[in-house]
Structures are given as structure tokens and as C-alpha cells.
Design a protein around this ligand. Structure first.
Ligand SMILES: Cc1ncc(COP(=O)(O)O)c(C=O)c1O
Length: 347
């Protein structure tokens, strides 16, 4: 059996999700963009879960982020972020292409923006500088390996933003992982931002879809921007039904994914030929750097033995999700040992 650790979006829906989708297929979809009864239920549940007035179901978290940027930035505006943020590294320069907005990259540690840099960037108006339309924080931070921005840090940045009159967007693709690691409900983190995006199809295990949550007037405008960006999907009741089950059943179990990721990184740290810092595994992502070969060569050798990992620069990335059990972690470690040290598979 293949063990696929490349991303959490690869996880298949649970049986309860499949059943919910099958039932939703029987319900007539609504005609208008906000008339589908199942989508309406999902949006209401997502808004309630995050403690926001309203929420919109969108195909991808990237679209949710880009809608938030479009709503806050005029062409020529800047938004504050950092060089390793997903909006910068992996969204095809959409903010500049679709909104004329320029990312202004601030100093950051594992995704956590330097508060002094944020305060300086919001300094007195200057005709030579771009107006700042938005501050974007990403929690968890994917490129640092799912590191968590501490609550107080987010709060600090939010206070600076609010004092400067600039809205905050939380790219919370994995906000429930962040909340789980911080031992707080996700609405606590959402309260530190004006808008929040999150994926239903990553740690939450739904087959597809994401949410943008925020103030009611803004979400009403977001419906228009979603259409402009080609995301006016209809009927979307079937994926929405899985999203409802994801929010109802998958948040409380997320700590299992974190425990499995920690077990994986502790086990990998003991294998010769890998450099791993188990302390850096704070959520469901493990980064391991092969010391005697390239990440691509190692990934290929592992794939031949049924373990799929993602080359991630000099590292390989492994992501746990609801289909990665403790047994799968043990099997993965055995395959690593076999590939890197020649130890017999399974020993
Ligand atoms: C932090 C972060 N934001 C946004 C996204 C985009 O999500 P999607 O693939 O749904 O567009 C990802 C995807 O990995 C992500 O990790």
C-alpha cells in the first residue's frame, strides 16, 4: 500500500463525508450565488466556527486570499507580508496581476512578521510610498514546515495594524492546525484578523473547497469578486456537504495528526543520513534534510518502496493527515531506514 505524505490535501474524504455528499446530491441546488441550501449551511457553520458575521465558500484558499487582497487594495497599493508567505511564493503573482497590489516583504521569523517592521511600514503617510491596504499573516506557516505563530505575536501585530487603521487578513489555510497547537479555538485567532481564509481540503479532509470569512458587507462584495475571478461555482452543494462534516468531525481529532508528525520527526532524527529538528515539528508538517544525497533522489528511492514525500528545496516534506495512522508512521520509518542505511524493511 502506498503511504502518501506529500500533502494533506491528498487525504481522501471520510465515509461520513461520502455519505453526506451522496445525500446532498438529492437536494435541488439553489439558482443564485447564495441560494444553495447546503452551501448556505456550510457558510453559516464556517462563520460561526470562526466567530465572523459571514463566510463564503470558494474553490481554493488561494482564491480566498486573492479576494481579500482585491477587496482591500487599490491598484498601486501595497500589502505587508514576508518573502516565504504562500501568497508570495505560490500564487503566481496573482495580487499584482489581478489587483495591481504589490507585496511589501517585511522581516519575519518562521512566518511571524517583525512587529517593529510592521509599525515602521505603517509610519506617517509619505507621497513616495505605496499606501498599505492590508497586512497578511499566515498561520500555520507552510514553508517553515507548519510552524505556528504564537497567539501573543499575532495579537501584537493586530494591535499595531488596528492602531494604524489597516485591516488584517489571516491566511489560515491550516488555521485549525494552528489553533490545535496553541490549545485555543480557531475563533480566538480569527478575532485577531478582519478576514480569514482556510482550506476545507487540507487537515480537515474534505475533497475540495475553502472559506473566506469576515464582515457581512465585505463578504457581500466578495461574492462579486469571486465571480470576477471565475469562482462562481454552481451547484456546489455536494462539496459543501463534505465541508460541513469536515467542520463537525475533523477539528477535534487534529491533535492525532500532530502527534503522528512528531513521532515521524523523532524517528527520522534517529536515522543516519537525515538532518531533522523534531522541535520544529509543531503541527502536521515534517521537514527533513538528507545529508548524503539530494531531496529529489531520496524522494525517488522512497517512492519505489511505496512512500511518497515531496522534495522541498534541500529538504523533503512529509505531511500527516487523517489517513496517516501510527502504523503508517512506523512503516514509513522502516522504509526510510531501509533506503538510507540498508537496514531490512520492517526491522
Ligand atoms: C498557507 C497556504 N495558503 C494558501 C494555500 C492555497 O490553497 P489552495 O491550494 O486551496 O489554493 C496553501 C496551499 O498549500 C497554503 O499552504
Amino acid at each position: 500500500m502506498v503511504i502518501d505524505l506529500r500533502s494533506d490535501f491528498i487525504a481522501r474524504p471520510t465515509q461520513a463525508m461520502v455519505e453526506a455528499m451522496s445525500l446532498a446530491a438529492e437536494i435541488p441546488g439553489g439558482f443564485g450565488p447564495r441560494e444553495d441550501p447546503t452551501v448556505m449551511r456550510l457558510e453559516a457553520l464556517a462563520a460561526k466556527t470562526l466567530g465572523k458575521p459571514d463566510a463564503l465558500f470558494v474553490p481554493t484558499c488561494m482564491m480566498a486570499n486573492q479576494i481579500a487582497i482585491h477587496l482591500r487594495c487599490r491598484p498601486g497599493d501595497a500589502f505587508l507580508t514576508e518573502a516565504e508567505a504562500h501568497v508570495v511564493t505560490s500564487e503566481s503573482a496573482a495580487a499584482s496581476a489581478l489587483s495591481g497590489a504589490m507585496p511589501r516583504l517585511l522581516a519575519a521569523t518562521n512566518g511571524a512578521l517583525d512587529p517593529d517592521a510592521v509599525a515602521a511600514a505603517l509610519g506617517p503617510a509619505d507621497a513616495q510610498r505605496a499606501r498599505v491596504g492590508l497586512i497578511l499573516q499566515e498561520n500555520t506557516h507552510v514553508r517553515s514546515g507548519g510552524r505556528v505563530i504564537p497567539y501573543q505575536h499575532m495579537q501584537n501585530v493586530s494591535q499595531i495594524a488596528r492602531a494604524g487603521g489597516v485591516p488584517v487578513h489571516l491566511d489560515g489555510a491550516r488555521v485549525f492546525n494552528a489553533a490545535t497547537a496553541l490549545g485555543r479555538p480557531a475563533c480566538d485567532l480569527a478575532a485577531l484578523a478582519d478576514t480569514v481564509s482556510f482550506n476545507l481540503n487540507k487537515g480537515l479532509g474534505a475533497p475540495l473547497g475553502a472559506i473566506l470569512a469576515g464582515p457581512a458587507e465585505l463578504i457581500a462584495e466578495a461574492v462579486r469578486v469571486r465571480q470576477m475571478f471565475g469562482g462562481g461555482w454552481r451547484p456546489a452543494g455536494i462539496p459543501a456537504a463534505a465541508g460541513i462534516v469536515a467542520l463537525e468531525t475533523m477539528i477535534d481529532r487534529m491533535s492525532e495528526d500532530h502527534a503522528n508528525a512528531r513521532g515521524l520527526s523523532e524517528g527520522l532524527a534517529e536515522i543516519d543520513g537525515l538532518s531533522v529538528d523534531p522541535g520544529a515539528t509543531e503541527t502536521n508538517i515534517v521537514l527533513a534534510r538528507p545529508t548524503g544525497t539530494s531531496s529529489e533522489v531520496l524522494a525517488e528511492a522512497l517512492a519505489e518502496r511505496g512512500v511518497l514525500v515531496l522534495p522541498f528545496g534541500p529538504c523533503i516534506r512529509l505531511v500527516t493527515h487523517h489517513e496517516i495512522t501510527e502504523d503508517a508512521v512506523a512503516e514509513t520509518l522502516a522504509v526510510f531506514r531501509s533506503v538510507l542505511t540498508g537496514e531490512k524493511n520492517g526491522s
